[in-house]
Write a protein of this length. Structure first.
Lengths: 664, 212, 135
């Protein structure tokens, strides 16, 4: 088979698996698990094969036009360069791990067939986005991911949190998608084609008339999809979905789609200096803000969600300084270790029966209950905190190195201001990242208090994939940073000495500060008893998690934070904690700016409709109804009455005729 | 006398006119009693008086053949038929308080209005018109027969067809009702055979009752 | 004789019949009233025929011929009418015109005034009578 055929099969197989799973889910439950896992696994193998064949050489470019579509043709196009090949392998790996993990995680869930089919459909859409060489086909995958995300976040739709979160995720991402769509049209109009190769060719020859406008419009869609400030608010709430969904969608793939999209069309963004600065500011605000917010969260998954936002900020920061190699490198390593973090968090939530860090910090021996999750999560957290030699270190250093490279002003494609912004924000975020990673690790695994509940060993499917993902988290960066430039633009990704020392030192400072604070506060933990565990700890992990999410707000007063004085984050953040816990009131701002006016407008319209329009309608209906009642009263069915009326009319008519005839 | 003669006044009536007026008053009064009496059988009997009075009026108008036909057909057959109908529908003997429907006042209004309009128009139009009743009778049997069988023979024959149709129609109506009432033969064949005679059996006592 | 006498008498009789048709409850009394109206017309026809036969030279005696026809038609009408009334009485158990309200709006579901409530009690009894007669 040619590489093109293989590449076509990669998105097609999960799609067929999803269709078959939806069709057979009820009638043949035995086929559901193989149908969920096998196509995705095959796609992983095929994607790896495509990557090997492509090998970082010239991009595979193939296109076929199904039907003429007017002035600007839309083609089914493949465009596989080194970025696409490697990102597809990552997507396949994470998706396969998530599918395997889900078979254990949602073992007893009655809605597992539709869930697995949606995950497969989502995987297929992500492959489509990665491989597509045509912007409209890419948009198809982009939107399919959006709707799958909506369904999967709302998987526990019995809980109000999940319902609200799914609607919020959908609305916020769509809010970004509208300008994104307009931006795509504007781009295609300027470039004369939706083909990525032709668009890039047009950009190279200076063919864009409105580069800033287009770049900013596209940036809105990317901000929505990749959860960048100010459209990031949906991602922490989306943790109301099942953990595998969080791992797949909200860590490794969907949120990466925005970053990947910019990486593909980076020349378009580079054509506008303003867009690059906006991108850098967006990345900086996202990074620093999410780091602070993550330090204040109580829900373990929300900590990871904010950390995802921050790491995505690193990637957009790398793009803002014009180094897409660094961005995709960080995307790959982050995809691996963040998926691992989420899947391990799912195991921990299942074992602990709660998603609250405050409750976990009052349990002894949680790490002995879930040794696999403990060790793999330690690896992943070290990678997240960018401690050498874990993979996160190399990718993050490549980002910082690229930023530092730009600050010197040697480059023409990115302004030096963007470099400074990204570098400073990146270093601050490195401190915060290390801090919240350490806080998470200490609170989750070094709690003191009652013995952690014992529910027996976790399912094998859930623990094996942790080790599978631990390997790239551990070693991908170190092994790949030399060979990856061949696949990418050829720019060096090796860590520079200055930023490495600076970054690692800052990270170590963060870890040590949190450790000191934790030592200081942990004595108070025993004095303030806190914690609620799920009502059905013997159920499968999905059930436990749904109950944990549903009980968090009633038990701790808020879905995001807990009134825990023993929290080192509370000590470190001081007065800032209150604001960081609620995401710096951005939701309240949105509520005041958008939700309230819309609700006010809706109630006004309702008032106008009910009281004003309906009054006229009712008034218009009343008179005919009265007339109808009167006329109906005449229909007595008594023939004599009818004849009386008839003859009375006849007499009157005769008299009138007489009077007229006689001239009276 | 001819039309050229001096007009006849209403205040100096002739003998025929006086007779006509008296009989007319009786007729009109009987008609009023017919439509107002609460005893249904009495209504039929007062109808006889009305129709008989009309026959006398025909005689006074020299239409003697019509008068005898009136007596024969109306008083002789129609009223008897109506009496049979009253009996067959089990009309109550004696005063029935609900002989008039709730429509009475509307009916009175319409009737009085119509009467006022008609009388006004008729009097206004014909107050000077005079009928000369002298000379040969205008409606003797000979004259009427000659007219009927010379000028009106085709309508006369058509009328016989109409009568036949009415005869058949009346039979069909009665028989159809009979077939419907006796249609469900549920239990036995004997009942089915005897069922056509049942309504007749019902009729006979009613007729006897009417004859009494 | 003044033509006004028979004409006025005819008009009065006609209106008397009219009142009877509109006011009487029993269908047979209504038929009687119809007869009254027909006779009023007959009187008119005869009177005008007599008047015209004196004034005109040639006459067809159409008034008297029409009177005869009317009488014949009235006889047919009374026969058919009585057959219908009897059939109705047999089916409904009543010959009262104001109880035959099948054409009324909301006839089945609306027993409102006294007349209708009387109907609802009268009809079942009529049906049971019919059933007894059939059996």
């Amino acid at each position: 088979m040619t590489t093109t055929t293989l590449a076509v099969l990669v998105p097609l197989l999960p799609f067929l698996g999803a269709a078959a799973g939806l069709l057979l889910g009820r009638t043949a439950p035995g086929f559901v698990r193989p149908l969920a896992v096998l196509p995705t696994l095959t796609s992983l193998v095929l994607a790896a094969l495509v990557a090997v064949r492509q090998g970082g050489d010239a991009a595979v470019d193939a296109a076929t036009e199904l039907t003429p579509t007017g002035s600007i043709p839309i083609e089914l196009a493949l465009y596989i360069d080194g970025f696409a090949a490697l990102v597809a392998v990552l997507v396949g790996l994470v998706a396969t791990c998530v599918q395997v993990y889900s078979t254990g995680y949602l073992r007893e869930d009655p809605r597992y067939p539709s869930y697995a089919a949606l995950v497969a459909l989502f995987t297929s859409a992500m492959f489509l986005v990665v491989y597509s060489g045509d912007l409209i086909v890419l948009l198809v995958g982009w939107e399919v991911m959006g709707i799958c995300s909506y369904f999967l976040v709302g998987h526990y739709w019995e809980t109000p949190e999940a319902r609200a979160a799914s609607i919020k995720a959908f609305l916020v991402t769509k809010l970004g998608d509208v300008p994104f769509l307009i931006g795509l049209f504007a781009l295609a109009t300027d470039a004369g084609s939706f083909r990525i190769t032709k668009v890039l060719g047009a950009v190279a020859h200076g063919g864009l008339d409105h580069p800033t406008l287009i770049a900013l419009l596209l940036l809105a869609g990317v901000a929505g999809k990749s959860a960048q400030f100010p459209l990031h608010t949906w991602l922490p709430d989306a943790m109301a979905g099942p953990t595998p969904v969080s791992a797949l969608i909200h860590a490794a793939t969907m949120v990466a789609a925005g970053v990947y999209f910019i990486a593909r069309l980076l020349p378009v963004f580079e054509a506008s200096q303003a867009a690059m600065v906006v991108l850098a500011v967006m990345a900086a605000v996202t990074m620093a803000g999410s780091g602070l917010a993550a330090l204040a969260q109580d829900d373990i998954k929300r900590v990871l969600a904010y950390s995802t936002i921050g790491q995505l900020g690193y990637m957009t920061g790398a793009l803002a300084v014009g180094d897409r190699g660094a961005a995709v490198f960080h995307l790959l390593s982050h995809g691996a270790f963040k998926a691992l973090l989420f899947l391990a968090a799912g195991v921990i939530i299942h074992a602990a029966g709660t998603n609250s860090l405050a409750a976990m910090s009052r349990m002894t021996g949680l790490r002995d209950r879930v040794p696999d999750a403990f060790w793999t999560m330690t690896v992943a957290l070290l990678a997240l905190a960018a401690i050498p030699p874990f993979s996160g270190f190399f990718s993050k250093e490549s980002v910082l190195g690229a930023a530092e490279h730009v600050t010197t002003g040697h480059t023409e494609h990115a302004p030096a201001a963007a470099g400074w912004i990204v570098l400073v924000a990146g270093l601050v975020t490195a401190l915060l990242t290390a801090a919240y990673a350490a806080r998470l690790w200490l609170l989750a695994f070094h709690g003191r208090g009652t013995e952690a509940p014992d529910h027996g060993r976790q399912p094998l499917t859930m623990t094996v994939v942790l080790w599978v993902l631990a390997a790239p988290s551990l070693a991908l960066g170190g092994f790949a940073y030399r060979s990856l430039p061949d696949w990418f633009d050829g720019r060096d990704l090796a860590p520079a000495l200055a930023t490495s020392v600076l970054g690692t030192g800052i990270a170590l400072i963060g870890v040590l500060v949190v450790h000191a604070a934790w030592r200081h506060t942990t004595a108070q933990a025993a004095r303030v008893p806190l914690g609620a565990v799920a009502a059905h700890p013997e159920g499968d992990a999905g059930l436990v998690e749904a109950e944990a999410i549903a009980t968090h707000a009633p038990a701790y007063g808020d879905v995001a934070s807990a009134p825990d004085p023993a929290d080192p984050g509370r000590l470190l953040l001081g007065p800032l904690h209150r604001h960081a816990a609620v995401g710096f009131h951005l939701d309240a701002v949105y509520r005041a700016l958008f939700v309230r006016p819309v609700q006010g407008g809706a109630s006004l319209v309702r008032f106008l409709d009910r009281e004003v329009v309906d009054t006229y309608v009712r008034g218009a209906g009343t008179l005919p109804r009265w007339l109808g009642t009167a006329v109906r009263r005449a229909q007595t069915g008594n023939v004599q009455t009818y004849v009386s009326a008839l003859l009375a009319g006849t007499v009157v008519l005769a008299v009138v005729a007489l009077l007229v005839a006689t001239g009276a | 006398m001819t039309l050229a003669q001096a007009p006849h006044g209403f205040l100096s009536p002739t003998g025929v006119e006086i007779a006509f007026l008296l009989v007319g008053l009786v007729t009109f009064g009987a008609a009023l009693v017919t439509v107002t009496t609460r005893q249904l059988v009495h209504a039929a009997l007062w109808l006889v008086v009305t129709l008989g009075g009309l026959a006398v009026e025909y005689l006074l108008l020299t239409a003697e053949f019509i008068a005898w036909v009136q007596v024969l057909i109306y008083v002789g057959s129609v009223v008897v038929l109506l009496l049979f109908g009253l009996m067959l529908t089990r009309a109550p003997i004696g005063r029935s308080p609900d002989a008039d429907s709730g429509n009475r006042w509307a009916a009175l209004t319409v009737a009085v209005a119509a009467a006022a309009a008609l009388v006004w128009v008729v009097v206004d139009a014909f107050r000077t018109t005079w009928i000369d009743l002298d000379g040969p009778a205008a409606g003797s049997t000979k004259v009427t027969g000659a007219s009927l069988f010379q000028n009106w023979v085709l309508p006369f024959e058509a009328l016989s067809v109409l009568l036949l149709a009415a005869l058949v129609g009346a039979i069909v109506l009665s028989r159809k009702a009979k077939a419907e009432t006796s249609s469900p033969p549920v239990n036995s064949q004997a009942t089915t055979e005897s069922s056509p005679s049942v309504p007749d059996a019902r009729k006979i006592p009613a007729e006897q009752e009417g004859a009494r | 004789m003044h033509l006004a006498y028979p004409a006025v008498l005819s008009a009065l009789l006609f209106c008397t019949g009219l009142y009877g048709v509109l006011a009487r409850r029993n269908a047979i009394l209504v038929l009687m009233s119809v007869e009254l109206m027909l006779n009023a017309v007959n009187l008119n026809l005869v009177a005008f025929d007599v008047w015209l036969s004196r004034t005109a030279e040639e006459t067809l005696h159409s008034g008297q011929a029409l009177t005869l026809f009317t009488i014949a038609i009235a006889a047919a009408e009374i026969g058919i009418g009585l057959a219908i009334v009897l059939a109705v009485h047999r089916n409904r158990g009543t010959a009262d015109i104001d109880k035959l309200r099948d054409t009324a709006e909301g006839h089945e579901s609306r027993p409102v005034d006294g007349l209708d409530s009387g109907t609802s009690t009268a009809e079942p009894t009529g049906r049971t009578e019919k059933a007894e007669a059939t059996a």
